[in-house]
Design a protein around this ligand. Structure first.
Ligand code: ZN
Length: 448
């Protein structure tokens, strides 16, 4: 018996977990040269049911909070007979776990290998604790070779925060350990990594993939001109993965044009890890069914919604021992579609509409900010920097001009007319010079 030992060696070589029972499923896929992406629906659902039941048993046996919630909901034993019954498992609200690092913990504290946290905008953080096995064994079991064609010949630049939250380190682990790419850890806004150095590093090592947020992809492109780095000549990316903020298709299209490469959306969270990612068709995000079960619920009643109905996204993690998230209410809005995608991937397609608190109510109607952004970004004379300010259900757009000879008055009139013609809303427009750039999450929505 070793008391003091290298934690990595102990945890990974001698690790046992309820999740070991899922290993055979993925081993067999590997053997057959398949991935979970194109499996017939029934087989994937069988896997998910098994994973959910293993998770329910694990939280029942190792966590008081989860157990009493299940008992209160009438569970005599921690299992369900089919995926439809997942709706009888209690939903998990952010507020319940905010500031409480132990509430959902299902292992001994000494088993924790990594802590991540989200600050959110409202007070106490949400702590998420992972075991090393969570991150370095089980999280890497499902492969998605269609969705992630990256390989050891790629150089991945990660321009996401490495502090506190999951993104930087999470993508680093995924791209290093699962895909075998080399990593350039640019970070985002750290004092060691000013933008010019980040661009220089991408140039020097000929980065082929960039993982970042929509606003930072825009900022890097913009700043490259200032530092004399020519995109397409000095930096030639194969693909950009966007995460963190969400954006519209037109915003994406403009980034694709600027960077000269494919730009794909990725959806994940610090609490739940990977959730969904776009395929090459770019018609929604395929849910990463190996890692999570995604449901759409009515945010008022908590009732499950059907395909194509918009509601709150609830996520159940399937491959976690440290701190499984079971029916976790994400606060994000979207809807699911049964996949009929021509890419051949059979995993459901998620359409993301944004954060619940960012939905805009104008003249009694609710709008997704991405929907409004889509139309604003259709105007080529508007830059990628803008604000939506809502005051008494009236929208004011602050926008910056982009490479245009139009006067401010002409541009404002053009924006006002475009939004009226295409969205049917009459808004105020103010043309601004130098809207603030940020290293943090771009704030574009202001409710007065
Ligand atoms: Zn697809």
């Amino acid at each position: 018996m070793r008391n003091q030992s290298h934690k990595m060696t102990v945890s990974i070589d001698e690790h046992t977990s309820h999740l070991e029972q899922l290993r055979a499923f993925f081993d067999q896929l590997d053997e057959e040269g398949k991935t979970i992406e194109k499996l017939p629906r029934e087989l994937r659902e069988q896997y998910q049911l098994k994973a959910i039941n293993l998770t329910l048993e694990h939280i029942w046996n190792h966590n008081e909070f989860y157990r009493s919630a299940l008992e209160e909901a009438g569970f005599k034993q921690p299992s369900i007979d089919n995926l439809g019954q997942l709706a009888s498992v209690p939903l998990l609200n952010k507020d319940v776990i905010r500031g409480d690092k132990l509430k959902l913990l299902c292992v001994e504290p000494k088993e924790i290998g990594q802590v991540h946290l989200t600050s959110g905008t409202s007070g106490k953080p949400i702590y998420t604790s992972y075991t090393l096995a969570d991150q370095y064994i089980y999280d890497l079991l499902p492969k998605y070779l269609e969705l992630f064609p990256e390989s050891d010949s790629d150089i991945t630049a990660i321009a996401l925060p490495y502090e506190f939250a999951l993104p930087g380190l999470g993508f680093q682990r995924l791209f290093q350990f699962a895909f075998g790419t080399a990593i350039l850890s640019l970070g985002k806004g750290g004092y060691m990594a000013p933008i010019d150095k980040s661009l220089e590093l991408m140039k020097e090592f000929q980065a082929t993939v960039l993982v970042t947020t929509p606003s930072y992809a825009a900022l890097l492109a913009e700043e490259s001109e200032r530092f004399g780095i020519v995109i397409g000549r000095d930096i030639s990316l194969r693909r950009i993965l966007l995460t963190g903020e969400g954006c519209s298709n037109t915003f994406r299209n403009r980034l694709e044009k600027w960077w000269g490469c494919e730009v794909s959306f990725f959806y994940g969270s610090t609490e739940c890890g990977v959730i969904a990612v776009e395929c090459k068709e770019h018609k929604g995000y395929h849910v990463m069914d190996g890692h999570v079960k995604v449901e759409i619920i009515n945010s008022q009643t908590g009732a499950p919604l059907r395909y194509n109905d918009t509601g709150e996204i609830a996520v159940t993690t399937l491959l976690r021992e440290g701190m499984p998230m079971v029916r976790y209410r994400s606060g994000d809005v979207g809807y699911l579609q049964k996949s009929q995608c021509s890419c051949g991937i059979t995993m459901d397609v998620l359409h993301l509409r944004g954060r619940m608190e960012n939905m805009l109510t104008l003249d009694g109607n609710e709008y997704s900010p991405f929907f409004l952004e889509h139309f604003l970004m259709e105007i080529p004379e508007v830059s990628l920097w803008y604000h939506f300010i809502v005051d008494k259900e009236r929208l004011t757009i602050e926008a910056e001009p982009f490479r245009t000879a139009l006067t401010d008055e002409q541009l404002a009139a053009k924006i006002r007319k475009h939004m009226l013609d295409h969205v049917g809303i009459d808004c105020n427009v103010e043309i601004k010079r130098s809207l603030p750039r940020t290293f943090g999450k771009a704030t574009r929505i202001y409710m007065q």
